[in-house]
Ligand binder design. Sequence first.
Ligand code: RB5
Length: 144
Amino acid sequence: MIAIGCDHGGFELKLAIMEHLKSRSIEFVDCGCDGEKVDYPDIAEKTCKKVVSGECEKAFLICGTGIGMSMSANKIKGIRAAVCSDWYSAKYTRLHNDANVLCLGGRVLGAGLALELVDVFLDTEFEGGRHSSRIEKVMKLEEK
Ligand code: RB5
């Protein structure tokens, strides 16, 4: 199960991503918004809670730039969110960072590229190995 959320700056792109997930028969839970003006931290919190609770494996968060969503998401314990605008970063944030949230900019990306980023993020497994201890260190920073 995938969680997905957006603010008004990311609404159109969220619709495109949800259609894409449907076409891939991937189940998702839509955490809002429905196009109305909202504050991105509220949506980030609601969406990330689905990941932290274990209800969802990964999440997509979309705002105008992806930045506000990523800043908010990374304040939540257990979340490793990456804002990406290129395919290589979306791939390697799974391979090396074990990111569980991908943040996208609805005012930055065209839908074609965004859906490629969604696919590579979904289809790439964490490499583990030497990256595991680094991720453990990243997560320990939550205690500081
Ligand atoms: C909303 O206008 C905009 O600030 C928001 O979508 C996002 O880009 C913030 O990072």
